[in-house]
Design a protein around this ligand. Structure first.
Ligand code: KIV
Ligand code: ZN
Length: 511
């Protein structure tokens, strides 16, 4: 009998800490539903004390999810823990994840606390959380640079106080697999009550070793891995869920454990997270990159045709590459449409929302012969963007381009309920459009990134545009999709401006 390896997904919390990756409540619920369908064990939905928006999002995820445990992050502070418990109230199964830093540098410079004070605060936090829920996880932040003796002391104390999971974070991505694996082994051996808790790891990717370190930890007794879809996360990101899960599944000859994930949902989750956050997946990314299963070299193709195992260690269909190609068209009815959305984990509370997406679907089907799953995800994203309380909406746009002439754009926006029109010239049609929009909104933002991807193949494909803007130091991403990429660009820019104009301050858990 193999052990169960628990998968704790933190795309909605640590993933969201990537600059520009912030998600709305509806977007978080959509991703959480996709994670639940993939049978992720624990979904860390956010940091409720950070802002009202974060609280609402965690509460909405807790309401929507039935089969996975929903977790909320809390510093080792009473206010954080009580707020996390409140946000988690609707959950069928909930966990509070509380943490405090334990490395000498963090205790001295950030917390300005003595180790004994840190230990006492950790124990107090775990006890308080245990009074509010049965399932408590504790993390000694920056464990990867903490002293082993102190780690053993604090871990023993929090397990005695009721922590059922002890998570060892390599917060700054400093560790190397051999040493990190040994750290986990030593902790399990030396902490007298280690058998009463699940040991977990949470690795950052600053040296490109997050997955390697996580796997080394699993080989040495860790039975929960914290990870994110596509490796999203602060700085260089977290361990990529798809890589950890497929390494363990593919090398069952080595691992003493396995996850219970439905891996055929991996590609769907990857695309959803990429399209919602605007972080594209590089083509050569393991498992979910467009080239991950494409055999370019002739010799490889020849081998794969004779026997696929010659060059393929996994089957593309096992991670969901083939299944996400279901096609709908202009004659597809509402039932087929609704069924496919359900299969993709998309449900609408209100019938009007389904109707709004269905209308957009029919419009798109008039322009585009076949509608794929990725088109549907983009349609749903847009419908939610429209229904949110947005200050800026695109009413009308016209762009003129002609060889040898300067491109011109004319744009009408509804801004705070009043229609305004502007014209501008630019280096190209997108540049002219952005200038016209900016002349109405006067946001003063700086454009940091502009990228276009085709959602599916073919010249009638929708273009999906991502823009990243910086407004007074606040970085946000915006997305837009359309069969016309200039319109998609305008939608993406407006989406980013709406987020940037929203001035709600959010606390960062680790600052
Ligand atoms: O990286 C880290 O240390 C964290 C903790 C809050 C677990 O994200
Ligand atoms: Zn982290």
């Amino acid at each position: 009998m193999k052990d169960r390896l628990l998968i704790f997904d933190t795309t909605l919390r640590d993933g969201e800490q990537s600059p520009g990756a912030s998600m709305t409540r509806e977007e978080k619920v959509r991703i959480a539903r996709a994670l639940e369908r993939m049978r992720v064990d624990v979904i860390e939905a956010g940091f409720p004390v950070a802002s009202h928006g974060d609280f609402d999002a965690v509460q909405a995820v807790a309401e929507a999810i039935k089969d996975s445990t929903v977790c909320a992050l809390a510093r080792a502070l009473d206010k954080d823990i009580d707020t996390a418990a409140e946000a988690l109230k609707p959950a069928a199964s909930s966990r509070i994840h509380t943490f405090i830093a334990t490395s000498p540098i963090h205790m001295r410079e950030k917390l300005r606390m003595q180790p004994d004070q840190v230990l006492a605060q950790a124990v107090h936090a775990v006890r308080r959380a245990r009074n509010l829920t049965d399932d408590v996880e504790f993390s000694p932040e920056d464990a990867g640079r903490s002293e082993l003796d102190f780690l053993c002391r604090i871990i023993e104390a929090v397990i005695d106080a009721g922590a059922k999971t002890v998570n060892i974070p390599d917060t700054v991505g400093y560790n190397l697999p051999h040493y990190f694996g040994d750290l986990i082994k030593q902790l399990i051996e030396r902490v007298p009550n280690s058998g009463k808790a699940v040991f977990s790891v949470h690795c950052h990717n600053d040296l490109g070793l997050a997955v390697g370190n996580s796997l080394a930890a699993v080989m040495n007794g860790a039975r929960q891995v914290e990870c994110t879809i596509n490796g999203l996360g602060e700085r260089a990101g977290n361990a990529a869920l798809e890589e950890v899960v497929m390494a363990v599944r593919t090398r069952q000859d080595i691992f003493q454990c396995d996850t219970s994930l439905d891996t055929t949902q991996i590609v769907n989750c990857s695309r959803l997270v990429s399209s919602i956050t605007g972080f594209p997946v590089q083509p050569n990314k393991a498992i979910v990159g467009a080239n991950a299963f494409a055999h370019e070299a002739g010799i490889h193709q020849d081998g794969v045709l004779k026997s696929r195992e010659t060059y393929e260690i996994m089957r593309a269909e096992d991670v969901g590459w083939k299944t996400n190609r279901m096609v709908l068209g202009k004659h597809s009815g509402r039932n087929a449409f609704r069924t496919r959305l359900h299969e993709l984990g998309i449900r609408f509370e209100r019938e009007e929302d389904l109707n709004a997406v269905f209308t957009r679907f029919k419009d798109l089907a008039d322009k585009k012969h076949e509608i794929f799953d990725d088109d549907l995800q983009a349609l749903v994203s847009e419908t939610f963007q429209d229904s949110a309380q947005e200050r800026i909406k695109l009413v009308f746009m016209k762009v003129a381009i002609e060889t040898g002439e300067t491109p011109k754009a004319s744009v009408t926006l509804s801004f705070d309920g009043a229609e305004q029109q502007a014209e501008a010239e630019g280096g190209g049609p997108v540049d002219a459009t952005f200038k016209a929009i900016e002349s109405i909104v006067a946001s003063g933002c700086k454009l940091q990134l502009y990228s276009v991807n085709n959602i599916t193949t073919g010249t009638d494909s929708q273009g999906e545009v991502t823009v990243r803007i910086n407004r007074n130091g606040r970085v946000v991403n915006g997305q837009g999709a359309d069969t016309d990429i200039v319109i998609a660009s305008a939608k993406a820019y407006i989406n980013a401006l709406n987020k940037a104009l929203d001035t709600v301050e959010r606390a960062h858990p680790q600052v």
